[in-house]
Design a protein around this ligand. Sequence first.
Ligand SMILES: O=C(O)CCC(=O)C(=O)O
Ligand SMILES: [Fe+2]
Length: 507
Amino acid sequence: MILKVVIEFLYCNCTVTMSHLKLFLAEVQGKVRVSSQERYTENPINAFHLVQRFHYMWDRMASLIICGKCPETNASKAYYRTMEAIVNQSQVFTSKEDVQGVAVALVRLWNTYKLDIDKLIRGQILDTETDPLTVSDILYIAELLNQTNQTYDSIVWLQALLKAFEAGKIEQADDIKEVNIVLRLAEAYSSYGMPWESIKRLVEYQRKDPRDEGIDGNITYYKSKLSSIPEEHRTKTLQPPPRHENQIQYHVVCRGEGERSQRILSSLKCFYRKTNIPIYRVKEEVLNYAPRLSLFYDAIFDSEAKYVKEASYFMLQRSEVVKTDKSNSVSDGRISETGWHADSSHPVFERLGRRVEIITGLSTRQYPFESHSEHFQVVNYGIGGMYEQHTDFFGDTLPDRDRMGVNPIHIQGSGDRVATFLFYLEDVKAGGATAFVNINVTVPVVKGAAAFWYNIKRNGDADGNTLHVGCPVLLGSKWISNKWIRQHAQVFRRPCGKSPDAQDGPL
Ligand SMILES: O=C(O)CCC(=O)C(=O)O
Ligand SMILES: [Fe+2]
């Protein structure tokens, strides 16, 4: 139904009728979720196109209603107001910021996974074929990069566009000619500080198409810019900007290219780990010893994972992070949606809580006060969704957080997050690994498996080497559910080490 409305709005010159609005509202109130985009798209280019379409549709619908093509009855005004409220609350339609957000995500994916720009433009992402980007998509992205001082990247995108345009490898748009791209490229080169390159590009174009008389004026303009740069300073070349070391490192580990010593690699192993139920062994792959980090296979049944997703679907809200002033807020560093479930909310969560206990030997019991673990957090990352570098422990900020009521009452006084147990509910087609940037460990997303690590060392210190990233999702969508296990109740289950630097060694 929603598609029908989209098609009618976009392609017919129809007016918005009350029946359209009624149908539309019925659909929206039936909780159509576009914000996670999961049902509609599996790749960043489709996501970009979809968000643009919805944004365009909303604009068009609003203007049709406002400019009176829709019968101006009280009822239609009431519908319009209801729709507006729904739009604001549920993000069913997308705003200008959403369109921008998806474009930024596309660039982030290109950077993180070193995607080949020529292939990306043609809609080839790894071995997946999708719709190509349009000329105006690329001009939009290049402009966004330019406005955010990423001029080098802007030039790369424009050059790729020009190359595809010249080779006829991109569908031409009626209103955009080659000259428009050349002019944008010239402008980008000039803001980059290389006006001589702007002149060169324009002269080259002029040679190809001498009829275009407007070019002369542009050449004169860039010549005047060039004259303000002394000859000996005209040495700049196109160079990738120095990226922050942390960022480079996190991209490397997200791509799974982090290097580890032979000594560490040869100490790792896979085995059936004993649990405190004699007949139950769990498949464990040790990924690192200090900090102790493992992947447990087959830790959650498909039916359980399906339930966890379904129970969360309508509860998901944009994820938040804890700020330095200890309040929670939405952040560009964490792009996902989150929901929370008490273990007691359903037998599936109850069972999963018990399973975490059996596998880890730690307690996850929940009480009205001083619970041994937090509620299950369920997180869905759409295309480009990610969680930038962070640690899960609170360290020194813990007493403050408890006192200021940032923590729900049932976990106040429970101690720090001694360990994280993280179920992967679905496979991700590409990207989305959990990357431990200091130790070069990339935990792949494996449906049904669970990553587990200690955030606190055996001597009680917070372990900075647990710094990790939820890598951007390249293709598909990522669903995880994690349980943070609190420290105080584990005192006899994971006692202090015998020496200050005691590790969680081989079992
Ligand atoms: O998404 C991931 O892989 C990691 C999530 C995470 O680190 C967190 O929620 O604290
Ligand atoms: Fe985390």
